[in-house]
Design a protein around this ligand. Structure first.
Ligand SMILES: *Cc1c(COP(=O)(O)O)cnc(C)c1O
Length: 375
């Protein structure tokens, strides 16, 4: 039988097993002779490890996933007068990273089932001013990167792959983060390879872009001449304690991802029969899947959510307001624009727990409870 604990959506014990390692890393850094707390040897070692894990020529660790997107946009010299096509249903940094560079985020609608940027909607918005496309993987599905590569190539555009939630995912044999000119991961706590603080990374094969990202993450300095600023950059540096911690967590990452995938397979099998009752589970299968979050599309979302809450099962609603309808993005949302699928995703998505340390009995209890609601 299931233990009687509650099943929060955001579990408080994600890093329980690694607490001693974290404390040791703080201690080692604190007493270390170099007193180098950012961008030191451990950061370089983590960057090398991520290159090996993904096949990327360059990995640049930085302050957050948001920072990674901002650095990517700036490394491509995107600025005033330029347009970047971003998803209308997503985490807000896809749009703010563009706007903060003085460029224009152009919102394209998403796929009604998978909730990722729609390639046809994207292509329809390309103009003379378009400089880049920024698809993002959300929840359990990678965007159609093959199509986006083709579109980018045909129109001479840069491709920034927001793989913030998709580290470790693989589509047609190619890892997430490796499809664009630049690919981005986030180490925010609840992301696939989350950590105990802020962090992110940029992957690229292009030495010029890699060099630009390295300079821009540290105020435009080249790493050799202190206080010589080649460009106006950001402070988006990486923490040595977190680098040590992530190096420790890396070998266990594939197993944690596999556990998430097993849970997702089970959920999808259980929820498939609910299709006629206004519940859409993500497409089954393993190709191009990232099980950062398991999100259902549910017509009676609020009722199901209340039912689960009563039974101590935590849920989460991602992005209840599409980006073009956010007050902050009003200046970039044309009045005649319409993003019906983004709006529907905002109205219907409901995420249920998919943590690797959930026990089988707990996963079964969650699935049973969802099915019970519709019985
Ligand atoms: C979390 C996230 C980001 C931003 O990452 P942070 O590390 O939180 O700054 C960007 N894009 C997507 C799709 C995300 O989910």
């Amino acid at each position: 039988m299931r233990t009687m604990r509650t099943l929060p959506f955001f579990p408080p014990d994600l890093f329980e097993d690694d607490r001693e390692t974290l404390l040791q890393a703080v201690h080692d850094l604190g007493v270390g002779a170099g007193q180098r707390f950012i961008l030191g040897d451990r950061t370089a070692e983590l960057e090398d490890a991520l290159c090996k894990a993904t096949g990327a020529a360059h990995a640049i660790a930085c302050g957050s996933g948001t920072g990674a997107l901002e650095l990517s946009v700036r490394a491509l010299d995107i600025g005033p007068g330029d347009e970047v096509i971003v998803p209308a249903f997503c985490c807000q940094p896809v749009a703010s990273s563009v706007a903060n560079a003085g460029a224009t985020p152009v919102f394209a609608d998403v796929d009604p089932w998978t909730m990722v940027l729609d390639p046809d909607a994207t292509e329809a918005l390309i103009t003379e001013r378009t400089k880049a496309i920024m698809p993002a993987h959300v929840f359990s599905i990678m965007a159609d990167m093959e199509r986006f590569r083709t579109i980018a190539r045909e129109h001479g555009l840069a491709l920034i792959e927001d793989a913030a939630v998709a580290q470790g995912a693989v589509l047609d044999g190619r890892p997430a983060g490796r499809w664009g000119d630049l690919g981005v991961f986030s180490f925010f706590q609840v992301k696939a390879f989350g950590t105990t603080g802020e962090g992110g990374v940029i992957l690229t094969d292009d030495p010029g872009l890699a060099r630009a990202c390295r300079m821009l993450r540290n105020h435009g300095q080249d790493g050799v001449h202190r206080f010589l600023h080649h460009r106006i950059g950001l402070n988006s540096r990486f923490d040595e304690v977190l680098a040590a911690f992530q190096l420790h967590r890396l070998p266990g990452f594939p197993d944690r991802l596999e556990r998430r995938a097993v849970i997702a397979d089970y959920y999808t099998e259980r929820f498939e029969p609910l299709r006629g009752r206004g519940v859409l589970a993500p497409p089954a299968g393993r190709n191009g899947r990232c099980y950062y979050v398991y999100s259902l599309l549910v017509e009676r979302r609020e009722d199901l959510r209340a039912y689960l809450t009563e039974r101590q099962i935590g849920t989460h609603i991602y992005y209840p307001v599409p980006l073009p309808e956010q007050p902050a993005f009003t200046p970039w949302a044309p009045a005649q624009g319409s993003w019906p699928h983004a709006r529907q995703a905002s109205a219907r998505n409901l995420a249920i727990p998919i943590w690797p340390h959930l026990a089988d009995t707990e996963v079964e209890f969650i699935a049973d409870t969802v099915c019970e609601f519709f019985a």
